[in-house]
Ligand binder design. Structure first.
Ligand code: GLY
Length: 375
């Protein structure tokens, strides 16, 4: 892993993180391994317009690359889109040594990783996350995938990128709604792994976070700490047999909420928003199932509800029949990838920085936890 010019090699994936990380891509593309590779770049309409010019300026080698564009948004993370990219790769005569560079948020990096992992049994790929969600979570760790119908990430592989370039200058191109969504992963990382960072975030105050420029020291530090923590966990347990499950705090209920929205054709809830709502409900569950103190429970739920009150409102306003929706959410939870023998399993927290994995909860407990989102 390479942070701000300092080199720390931890895993097979080279991670460069800092305010001008993409300069390093140029150096990498000159390496023997990639010098003769055909290069393909995957973008969405926004990253094609706002981020590709910066990348092309840093890496003149990309002048000869073919650029594929996919629609933005979770609904395009489907087999249909994957098929279209494979068709384009075939038409362009891509071979096993071709390199796919994914330039975008979580949808582009999940999709590009998936396409690369299956094409000719696996071609190398590079992630260049341009969203905070991608930087803080999706681009690192080698989870690739697409949605199946409205169910999140049901098809996919563990397949590591050759490198990840986290260039925080891209954050300047993001609207606050997307920063807020990605920030949920930073909060998650602090809650499961870094009590000091969590207290720092709390002190900063929910109202002030987005008033600060993303080039400020605190933002750079939060991103760096989150990436370093995630990389450490992934290196310990790449295939999520044990420790990596801690990274799913908030995601069990979060994915169900997101699937519900995808199914209802509501496109306004971003992935991180759903994770934030999931963390609210799972913090409540942590209180009754994992011994999280009443004080910390209240602190966390109040912070998240202040920051994500619009998203809670959105969920409430889309619901006319709460009983039916709670049942639907419970049914969606049955598809979670952590489940075993039909039991729904959660990652919860005992206190900030102390996660607990494989906690089962009954339907009534889950319904009560979900109810915190509708209060
Ligand atoms: N998003 C959780 C993980 O990568 O394991």
């Amino acid at each position: 892993m390479i942070l701000s010019g300092r080199v720390v090699t931890i895993s097979r994936t080279r991670i460069h993180c800092g305010p001008s990380a993409i300069q390093e891509l140029h150096t990498m593309l000159l390496m023997q391994e990639y010098r003769n590779s055909r290069i393909f770049v995957l973008v969405d309409p926004n990253t094609g317009k706002h981020c590709l010019p910066l990348l092309a300026e840093a890496c003149p080698e990309l002048g000869a690359a073919s650029v594929f564009e996919i629609e933005g948004g979770e609904e395009s993370k489907s087999m249909l889109t994957a098929q279209k990219i494979w068709d384009e790769l075939l038409a362009a005569k891509a071979d096993r040594h071709s390199l796919l560079i994914n330039l975008g948020g979580g949808v582009v990096t999940d999709m590009g990783g998936f396409v690369a992992s299956a094409f000719k049994r696996g071609i190398p790929y590079i992630n260049i996350p341009t969203s905070l969600m991608g930087m803080a979570d999706a681009a690192v760790g080698g989870k690739t995938g697409v949605n199946l119908h409205n169910l999140k990430n049901q098809l996919g592989f563990f397949y590591s990128p050759a490198a990840v370039f986290i260039d925080t200058r891209f954050l300047k191109t993001l609207p606050e709604t997307h920063l807020r969504s990605g920030f949920a992963e930073i909060v998650k990382s602090a809650l499961i792994g870094d009590a000091i960072l969590w207290r720092r975030i709390l002190r900063q105050g929910a109202g002030n976070i987005f008033a600060m420029n993303t080039a400020d020291r605190i933002w750079q530090e939060m991103i760096m700490k989150t990436v370093t923590f995630k990389n450490r966990i992934v290196c310990q347990d790449f295939r999520e047999l044990k420790t990596r499950k801690i990274l799913n705090f908030g995601h069990t209920i979060g994915h169900a909420v997101e699937s519900l929205h995808l199914g209802n054709d509501k496109k306004t809830l971003l992935h991180g928003d759903a994770v934030a709502l999931g963390m609210i409900a799972e913090t409540w569950l942590s209180n009754i199932k994992a011994g999280l103190s009443d004080t910390e429970t209240l602190e966390i739920i109040t912070f998240l509800k202040t920051l994500y009150h619009k998203q809670c409102g959105l969920l409430k306003s889309s619901v006319t029949d709460t009983t039916r929706i709670l049942d639907e959410l419970c049914n969606l939870l049955l598809h979670d990838k952590k489940n075993k023998n039909g039991e729904i399993r959660f990652t919860l927290i005992r206190s900030a920085g102390k996660p607990k994995i494989n906690i089962t909860a009954g339907r009534d407990e889950i319904r009560s936890a979900l109810n915190t989102l509708f209060e």
